[in-house]
Design a binder for this molecule. Structure first.
Ligand code: FEO
Length: 171
């Protein structure tokens, strides 16, 4: 049996990871339709990573005697203003995910569920990495501004960076 409060918070997190996956999929598709191949590949990889985050939670909840709820997800935006706003939205989104993970940690401690607390530490570390990556990408975009040659090179760099990454890990 899982602690019901912890189980509810984990199911809430499952929903957030599913929404993240869908959101980044929308960004991948938009980038693909706007000639931004590198950004598109980066986002296609990212949407898979978010799905992996969701699956990892689903399996944990079920293995611990809880019931994972596979959520419905909201329709993400169809289009975005520009490359910079895509990454600003990504960082903003990751900050809300971090807040949600922190809340989950808090609930685990309040309920003295140390096993789940230990499990959630993986997400704490992951959020740190994702935020740092989003910030470093945004820093580059701020330097480039609206210069199209710079944006072209940025997109190509992102393509190379994504190609060097391993495909999304398996659960
Ligand atoms: Fe699963 Fe990007 O947080």
């Amino acid at each position: 049996m899982m602690n019901p409060r912890v189980e509810a918070a984990l199911n809430e997190q499952i929903k957030k990871e599913a929404s993240s996956s869908q959101y980044y999929l929308a960004m991948a598709s938009w980038a693909e339709n706007n000639g931004l191949n590198g950004t598109s590949k980066f986002m296609y990889l990212h949407t898979d990573e978010e799905r992996f985050h969701m699956l990892k939670l689903i399996k944990f909840v079920n293995e611990r005697g809880g019931t994972a709820i596979v959520p419905s997800v909201e329709q993400p935006p169809l289009s975005f203003d520009n490359l910079r706003s895509v990454f600003e939205l990504l960082l903003e989104h990751e900050l809300t995910v971090t807040a949600s993970i922190n809340n989950l940690v808090d609930i685990c401690l309040q309920e003295k569920d140390y096993t789940t607390h230990n499990f959630v530490q993986w997400y704490v570390a992951e959020q740190l990495e994702e935020e740092a990556l989003a910030r470093s990408i945004l820093d580059k975009l701020k330097l480039i501004g609206n210069e199209s040659g710079g944006l072209y090179l940025f997109d190509r760099d992102l393509e190379q960076m994504t190609a060097q990454n391993n495909p999304a890990p398996q659960v």
